[in-house]
Write a protein that binds this ligand. Sequence first.
Ligand SMILES: [Zn+2]
Length: 586
Amino acid sequence: MIPKEKIAEIRSQADIVKIVSEYVQLKQRGKNYLGHCPFHSEKDPSFTVSPEKQIFHCFGCNEGGNVFSFLMKIENLSFIEAVAEVASKVGIALPAMVGRPGQNKGEKDQLFQIMQLAKQFFEQALADKAAQATQEYLEQRGLARPTQAMFGLGFAPAGWDNLLKFLIARGVAPENIAKAGLAIARDQQGGYYDRFRNRLIIPICDQRGRVLAFGGRALTNEEPKYLNSPDSLIYHKGEILFGLNLAKESIKKSRIAIMVEGYFDLLTPFQAGLTNLVATLGTALTTNQCKLLTRYCDNVIVAFDSDTAGSLAAERSVELMRTFELKIKVAILTGGKDPDEIVHQHGVASLKKCLDTALPFLEFKLKRIMARFNLSEIEGRAEALQTIAKYLNQEKDVFIQQEYAKLVADWLKIKPELLQAAIAKLQSYAGQRQGKRQARQTVARPQSKIVEAEKNLIALAVFDPDSRTRLAGSLSADDFSLPETKEIACLLLAKDLTDQAGLAHFLLENLKSEPAKQLLSRLLLSEHLSDLAAKALITEDCIKTLLQQKSSHKITDLKQEIMAAEQNGQAEKVAELLNQLKSEIS
Ligand SMILES: [Zn+2]
């Protein structure tokens, strides 16, 4: 446990704008900073950071909180880990072992440690005589010792239990070795055996450099050629980009990431000095990987294999990245089938040339569409025209749309007006449909007065001690109807809160439910309340609204009780309830 005062000290020393800026490009807008949300995909920035309040909130997806919540979300940390991370950033020393308690290590921490030990084992094994074939293989692929060391390459010896023995001797339980994906349980006899045997080993790390998994390349003709760790508590295949831990600085600097497919497509150019690379490892690109990239750059050059599968993968990846704020180009590789081969055979300058002449993704995509049709026939060209019109219709930038329409018209040897007319026809149809939808939406649900009053009261009470005292004197948490406001009120009205300055952060750090945290960060960044001069008046008004609501509930209850008592012939009780009702109404 870190003492409360220490947490407050760390928080007060941290600058949320500076820390968020390591992940999101922020621009100042008035008092606040604005950027593209790292937690959801958006075209227009709605991710807001307040230096004054040291709070962030995304008005698009509702994520919000303080500097600790931000790091917890974006780096997948526990609260204590996030506090430790901020402490190290602002140079506050924490008592040793805080966040890394020796005995009660979280299961994740255990797995991280096992992977680290396994990496050491594989690296040592690569220096052994038994690894001679692997060393020769690496030499033949042109990977020098320093590169091998930088990426932590290793060797899994032949045999069934080399790694198991090594780890068990260091006190690791076999079932945890299996949980880390390094051993497999035997079906019948019981016990375990090593997953990786007689393979070149490549560690797969997260962006912070922690080993999450391994890739193992066969050295003989054994299948599969590449064997990867299965998903585990710490490894989810679609969430990491290979090489990002070593490439992120140069990606940040250049604002460009070059995306390749395989391990060696990254290793070989990296060794030759082209270091802003990441590899998808042959799987389909995921939204998580895109989000990860948007933290470091805004330009991506896709350099996938030049075969059909590679082009298809590039096309899919590009379509996905397009929904993020990433400018994408696709490199057409010449002089080799993949980046590894090009650099190995012709040098890194050849690869750079391919990258420099990469096509903007729209041009690449349109060429791919064209290639599907038989353009020597009129029918084929007509179909191509319609398909391309549909595709260009999705492009929001009118200038880009028009320019590409001209380009395609040139390819199809038709007048640009023909293609532009086809696009315009699609737009007028879509416009009609949208008009209908909007007409339906104008019948909006009226904002509930009660909910508004509850939200306003919470916001006022957080900023203004007088409002909080007034609230505590008139209402209890039970008088709030919305689950979120009830939860916040419950904490807010706890009697022993004296530290008004740290109140907002206390709430953000102690609320249990995600919706309550999201509502609070939204309220905290809603300007209209924190700046109001007439706080006392509004507080009274909101309290009145809630009291009226409370009273009307009570009246309904009393009326029902009276009816029940009358039916049961309880005259005395009826009289008493009637008195209560009278005083409630007056
Ligand atoms: Zn968002």
